[in-house]
Design a protein around this ligand. Structure first.
Ligand code: DGL
Length: 276
C-alpha cells in the first residue's frame, strides 16, 4: 500500500494523478484536516505533524509515503529522511512533491540552459511557509543556476480553497496574487509558472486567466505521478501490486472531507476519522 498525505484536501489532486497512472496499486490517503492549514504554521509544528502523519500511514502498512503537500515536503522531508527514518523505519521510504517538480522544470532545456543570453524567469506561487523555507530556490539553484526564480506567497489561498470559497472569491484572490507578482517583476511576464501548493491545481484555470497569455503553468500532479511510477520501477522492494483499493482517512470531519473529494479527487470518497 502507498500512503499519500496532505494537510487537507490538496493532496487529493496528486492522488488522482497517482491512481490514474498506477490503477492496480492500493493507496491510503490521510488528510490532516484538523490541523490545516500547514502553510501558516511554524517549521517545528510542521515537522511534528508530518512525522505523526507518516507514522500513522506506516503503522497501517504503507511501505512508501508520498508527502502530497509542498509545505510538508519543503519544511519536513529532509529532516525526517535524515534524522528520523533510519532509526524508526529503515525499510520504509518517504518522498515529496517538490524535488520531482524541480527536476521536471530544470530538465526543460530552454528553461534550464545557463548558457543562453538571458536568465529565464519562473514564478512560484506557494504557501507562506514553503516560500520562507527557500526549498524551491535552493533545489533549482543546485540544478540550473541560470533560472531566476521569483517566489510569491499566496497567504490564505489554500484556506479559501479548503473551505470551499466561491469561484468569484477565488478569482479575486488569484488576481490579487498575480497583480502583486507582476508588480514585483516590473510588469515583465515570467517564462513559466509553478503552482507549488497541491491545493492550487483547483484554481489553475484562474491563474491562467489572470496571467498574461501564453505562459506555461507547470502541472505538479502529472509530474509527481510520472516520477513516482519511475521510482517504483527502480525500487521493486517497496512496491506491492494491489487491487486498486483506495482508502481515505481524516483527522477532521469525515462528512466535510468527503464532500470536497469530488472536486479534488474527481470522484466520491468516503473518509474515516482517525481515533484520537
Ligand atoms: N496543500 C499544501 C501544500 O501543497 C498546503 C496547504 C496548507 O497551507 O495547509 O503546500
Amino acid at each position: 500500500m502507498i500512503g499519500a498525505f496532505d494537510s487537507g484536501h490538496g493532496g487529493l489532486t496528486i492522488l488522482r494523478a497517482l491512481t490514474a497512472r498506477l490503477p492496480d496499486r492500493d493507496f491510503l490517503y490521510f488528510g490532516d484536516h484538523a490541523h490545516a492549514p500547514y502553510g501558516e504554521r511554524t517549521s517545528p509544528e510542521i515537522v511534528a505533524l508530518t512525522r505523526d502523519a507518516v507514522t500513522l500511514l506506516f503503522d497501517r502498512g504503507c511501505k512508501l509515503v508520498v508527502l502530497a503537500c509542498n509545505t510538508a515536503a519543503a519544511v519536513a522531508l529532509r529532516t525526517l529522511q535524515q534524522d528520523w527514518l533510519p532509526a524508526y523505519a529503515p525499510d520504509r521510504r518517504i518522498l515529496g512533491v517538490l524535488v520531482p517538480t524541480v527536476e521536471a522544470v530544470t530538465g526543460v532545456p530552454w528553461l534550464a540552459d545557463a548558457t543562453t543570453t538571458r536568465a529565464h524567469t519562473i514564478a512560484l506561487f506557494a504557501t507562506r511557509r514553503t516560500v520562507a523555507s527557500c526549498a524551491y530556490p535552493d533545489e533549482i539553484k543546485k540544478r540550473a543556476p541560470g533560472i531566476r526564480l521569483v517566489q510569491h506567497a499566496c497567504v490564505g489561498l489554500a484556506t479559501l480553497i479548503e473551505q470551499g470559497a466561491t469561484r468569484d472569491e477565488l478569482r479575486e484572490a488569484v488576481q490579487g496574487h498575480v497583480r502583486e507578482l507582476m508588480a514585483e517583476l516590473g510588469g515583465r511576464a515570467p517564462d513559466a509558472v509553478m503552482l507549488g501548493c497541491t491545493h492550487y491545481p483547483l484554481v489553475a484555470d484562474l491563474f491562467a486567466e489572470a496571467l498574461p497569455p501564453g505562459i506555461e503553468i507547470v502541472s505538479q500532479p502529472d509530474i509527481v505521478a510520472r516520477s513516482m511510477t519511475e521510482y517504483l520501477a527502480r525500487h521493486p522492494q517497496i512496491d506491492t501490486p494491489g487491487r486498486g483499493d483506495i482508502q481515505f482517512l481524516t483527522s477532521g470531519d469525515p462528512a466535510s472531507a468527503g464532500h470536497f473529494a469530488t472536486t479534488f479527487f474527481g470522484r466520491a470518497a468516503t473518509f474515516t476519522r482517525i481515533a484520537g
